[in-house]
Design a protein. Structure first.
Length: 255
């Protein structure tokens, strides 16, 4: 069972305010800057494929990989509803980004929404970057984002409550973090309460997401270990220089 198995059903509602289209445009601009001739993309940790669908509209051929069967089912359901032209540019596969081998290479590899921060051990990170190296064309680029260590340790994670609803359900999600500073890890303990607005019944879900926050020297080491070269690191969606209040930082790496 994967970490998102229980509340994959409520994922769209929980993240309905996430700007997937705007993020895809941001990624497209990065690709045009650093790999303007790119045609093919491998997305490691594609989730329901929302970035992939948006980028396919820009003409890219995209192969998405995810560990969650529930997320992939939603991606494939959306794929089945597309017109043939757009659908022909998209493919989704089940797999672990630490181990998958597709016997194919790509111009761009993406790993978004902190997928790399879900790789919590040094071995997980090394295996994930080895997967990148195996699948990236010469001169191709990797784009990924992480929880940025300096900000995490400066501001420290706090308890957060999110309330959302639609016409059928009300959802309250409580996120209670436990930080392990000597291991560069945060356990985010989620309690999710889902109330059926028609019957009044309430379902409770509990999951823990273990997150690894990362620092630039670690990224540089992972790149060197796989003959990859970092070429940019900036704040996600703004391009600003990372600082002590920058939780989300993206990296661009060249093969």
């Amino acid at each position: 069972m994967t970490i998102f198995s229980n509340y994959a059903r409520y994922y769209n509602l929980i993240y309905r305010d996430k700007d997937y289209v705007g993020e895809a445009k941001f990624i497209h601009r990065l690709i045009q800057t650093y790999a303007p001739n790119a045609k093919s993309i491998l997305e490691l940790g594609c989730g329901q494929g929302k970035h992939a669908f948006a980028l396919a509209g820009d003409g890219y051929q995209i192969h998405g990989v995810d560990l969650s069967q529930e997320m992939l089912q939603k991606a494939n359901n959306s794929l089945a509803s597309l017109n043939n032209d757009l659908a022909s540019r998209l493919k989704f596969s089940h797999g672990d980004i630490r181990q998958i081998r597709l016997n194919q290479t790509f111009d761009v590899i993406l790993s978004l929404f902190h997928v790399i921060s879900y790789q919590t051990t040094n071995e997980d990170l090394l295996f994930s970057f080895a997967t990148v190296k195996k699948h990236l064309n010469p001169g191709g680029i990797l784009i990924f984002d992480v929880w940025y260590g300096p900000a995490v340790l400066t501001q420290l994670p706090t308890t957060r409550v999110k309330r959302i609803e639609d016409e059928k359900i009300q959802v309250i999600r409580i996120a209670e973090p436990v930080t392990y500073p000597n291991k560069n890890l945060v356990d985010v303990n989620y309690q999710v309460f889902i109330k059926d607005k028609i019957t009044g019944t309430v379902e409770e879900l509990q999951e823990t997401h273990k997150m690894r926050y990362l620092f630039e020297p670690e990224i540089e080491f992972l790149c060197r270990a796989n003959q990859l070269a970092p070429i940019e690191s900036s704040e996600w969606m703004t391009g600003n220089k990372p600082g002590l209040n920058t939780w989300g930082v993206y990296f661009v790496v060249r093969n």
